[in-house]
Design a protein around this ligand. Sequence first.
Ligand code: LMR
Length: 343
Amino acid sequence: MAVQVRIRVILLGFWLAAVAACGGSDPASSGAANAPTPSLYVIKFPHVTAPATPKGQMAERFKQLAEERFPGRVRVEVYPSAQLMEDTEAIEALAFGEVQMIATSLSLYDRLTPKFQVFDLPFLFPNLPAVEQFQRSAAGRELLGSLSEHGITGLQFWHNGMKQFSGPRPIVTPQDAAGLKFRVMESDILQAQIEAVGGSPQKMAFGEVYQALQTGTVDAQENTWSNIYSSKFYEVQPYITESNHGYIGYFVGVNSAFWQSLPTDLRAGLEATLAEVTEWGNVRSEAINIEDRQRIVESGRSEITVLTPEQLAAWQTAMRPVWDQFRDAIGAELVDAALRSAQ
Ligand code: LMR
């Protein structure tokens, strides 16, 4: 009798130890038929553009595919149009783990790394295929790891498109920019670029731009066709210049500690899903920008100037000093690698 009791106590001990090793779940759920419910991981993903933009569409598609492929294991909460926070707050929130994923413009990281400024050297990349080529190169892929010391892991680059200038009067020559207040993203190189053509740069969050243009707090701005259309800038900017002078694309980053805490299969599955969404969306981004340009033409609200090769060359010459100003900080090797891809 005493022996039987001792055996039961020993068995109970083994059982309790096994349950504790499995995460201490209820005895009723410890059998194979009642395996413990896997944890639900929530990915908060704030961004600032409209749902119809390249970024908006990619974020939604990532959510849809991730939740379909990992039912009950992951929920992706996408907050578009700066409804949760603006970009610079989002970078900080990601580093602190308050949000888990962001896709913020590459122009906004100069406080954390000078390297991404390579994407903002005016006229370095003539078009999206040239950017794509660089981002796929070894030097480009390496950039994804640039923020690891800040607790941020880069997974992908997403495209928006090439930037155009818009303003209250035709901006055809660099001299036309003189004296205008231009909204720029929170970036020193973009500030220098506007100063190079005699404009007055004003750093401002994306969510504030429409009202600033409408009330005249700023006169002009630079952005992609898709942002100019979806955020209705064209309604308050009667002139747009098709300058293609720079690129807007996104660093898709996750909080490193959160990402490492995911079960291996889930992490690998989400990374594969994100890679698939990137392929899908980066091809569409060009088409979305072309469609939105056409919508602006059809609206009749804004007159578009297409620059002649001579006019374009004048802009390139005027902005070229920005390269000398930033080349060393960015790293000459990186700039050369980008140039090789762009040719
Ligand atoms: C801007 O602030 O103009 C853009 O970076 C917005 C965006 O995310 O495309």
